[in-house]
Design a protein around this ligand. Structure first.
Ligand code: ZN
Length: 470
């Protein structure tokens, strides 16, 4: 099993990169040894900041030859402890690999290094009327390489799909230092199995992404953002059916409950969106239009009220109002952590099964968590629910975790029964590893392990994430 490096090995690693690009400073170790999860104690040996792929290759070749464990690290915004170093590993941070090439206007692509920040890529492409349509609340910190390694989801998946749909080419460094260039900038390339897809979503366990050619989309001419209050989950799903048929391309369909809104208002001091505070279920709709005509949208809206599909609603009239409505939704995650201790789950169900699943889940929660604060929100158009059980203030953390762990097992059984997934977009990391067999069959897990042994026979890459340490 790979181990922590000795002082002499750290000196040898430092010699492979620029002076000052290796740190053992305790505050750096604490910062770069973890992601946004707060469950594990970070304990890396060192943090390395290469600037070029060649340096990454040399670092991995050395670590592989010397059995040193490596944790690849991006913007560290993950919620599954996929970038946490708990056992003396060296952290390989891509934070200094931020170069972005010129936008290819004809091909609508851009080649970037893995450490480029998601929002910086958006800004880089925006003057050309183009965007990389991977979008979520942590875009100001998350990095392209991390998005690819975790196949990040977010708020636009209903329109654009997951990160894997927007990656044309990948440069990946294997555990032994081999550099692979996969697919270049090709849209069409039917020359056998697509190795690129193997690395997307594998959380740095099979190789480290160092560069990527990203596929871009046109920025829509018009974006409307609307917020509705509806009656229960049935109301959310009824509105979804209408939104699917609406006179626009649906680019987000997000839902949250009154309990989430209360936390956001407490944490951020934001105003309530409607006069009444008796609503329980809210939906944010984002609609892409061609900018030609808004009368169709008004007719659609009118019919929602006439038929009582919605209880209340508002449409943003300008960019500032659009941002305010989005803020209600995008502040939820930080507001839950800011006002308490959430136990988070990120599950996916077929949309058609959501109603039945949630009815059963309510029964489980009522028995397991009587009177507790449970905050549910998510990308409901994709069948993706973020289920957050808040620790009761008086309860001890260990007792809380024991209780949620029991209830998780029951919830995951329900997820399996309804053919869902135990991780919709956050990934597996250390946090959801025990849950993996609820969504992947023993034969699938054996196939994945065979791939891991083939690509990383010594098990130096991100040990303990997804797979047991080799
Ligand atoms: Zn999400």
């Amino acid at each position: 099993m790979p181990v922590a490096p000795s002082a002499a090995q750290l000196a040898a690693l430092a010699a492979l990169i620029e002076p000052g690009a290796l740190t053992t400073d305790p505050s750096d170790l604490a910062t770069y040894g973890r992601d946004w999860t707060k469950v594990h104690e970070p304990r890396p040996s060192a943090v390395l900041f290469p600037k070029q792929t060649e340096e990454v290759s040399k670092i991995l070749a050395y670590c592989n030859a010397n059995d040193i464990a490596v944790v690849p690290s991006g913007g560290r915004t993950g919620l599954a402890a996929g970038a946490v170093a708990t056992r003396g590993e060296v952290v390989l941070s891509l934070a200094r690999m931020t170069h972005m090439g010129d936008v290819d206007l004809l091909g609508q692509t851009v080649r970037v290094q893995a450490g480029a920040i998601t929002e910086a890529v958006h800004r880089h492409c925006e003057p050309h009327g183009l965007t990389w349509p991977v979008d979520f609340a942590s875009k100001g910190s998350s990095q392209v390489g991390g998005n690819i390694a975790t196949n990040a989801g977010g708020v636009k998946v209903i329109r654009y799909g997951l990160t894997r749909h927007w990656v044309l080419g990948l440069q990946v460094v294997l555990a032994d230092g081999t550099v692979l260039e996969l697919n270049g900038a090709l849209e069409k390339n039917n020359t056998g199995a697509d190795l690129r897809q193997l690395f997307i979503g594998s959380e740095g366990t099979l190789g480290i992404v160092t560069e990527a050619t990203l596929k871009l989309a046109r920025i829509p001419a018009r974006l409307d953002v609307l917020l509705f209050a509806v009656e229960g989950l049935a109301g959310v799903l009824a509105l979804f059916a209408e939104a699917r048929k609406g006179p626009f391309a649906l680019s987000a369909f997000e839902f949250f409950t009154d309990k989430c809104l209360a936390r956001v208002q407490k944490h951020r001091g934001l105003r309530a969106p409607f006069d009444s505070d008796s609503y329980t279920h809210y939906v944010l709709v984002e609609a892409e239009g061609d900018g030609a005509d808004d009368s169709e949208l008004e007719t659609w809206l009118g019919s929602l009220f006439e038929r009582s599909i919605v209880l209340d609603g508002t449409m943003a009239q300008n960019a500032a109002q659009r941002r305010s409505l989005w803020e209600l939704r995008e502040s939820i995650s930080e507001s839950l952590s800011g006002t308490g201790f959430p136990h988070k789950n990120d599950i996916a169900l077929p949309v058609a099964s959501l109603d039945a699943f949630c009815a059963e889940l309510d029964g489980v929660f009522a028995a397991r968590y009587p009177g507790w604060d449970i905050c549910v929100f998510g990308h409901i158009g994709d069948g993706n629910l973020h289920v957050n059980v808040m620790k009761p203030d008086a309860m001890d953390k260990a007792a809380f975790l024991a209780k949620t762990s029991e209830a998780d097992a029951t919830m995951f059984e329900l997820v399996r029964k309804h053919h869902g997934s135990v991780s919709a977009e956050h990934g597996i990391g250390l946090l959801k590893k025990k849950a993996l067999p609820y969504s992947r069959s023993p034969s699938e897990l054996a196939t994945l392990s065979a791939l891991k042994r083939a690509l990383d026979p010594k098990g130096i890459l991100n040990p303990g994430k997804i797979f047991d340490p080799l």
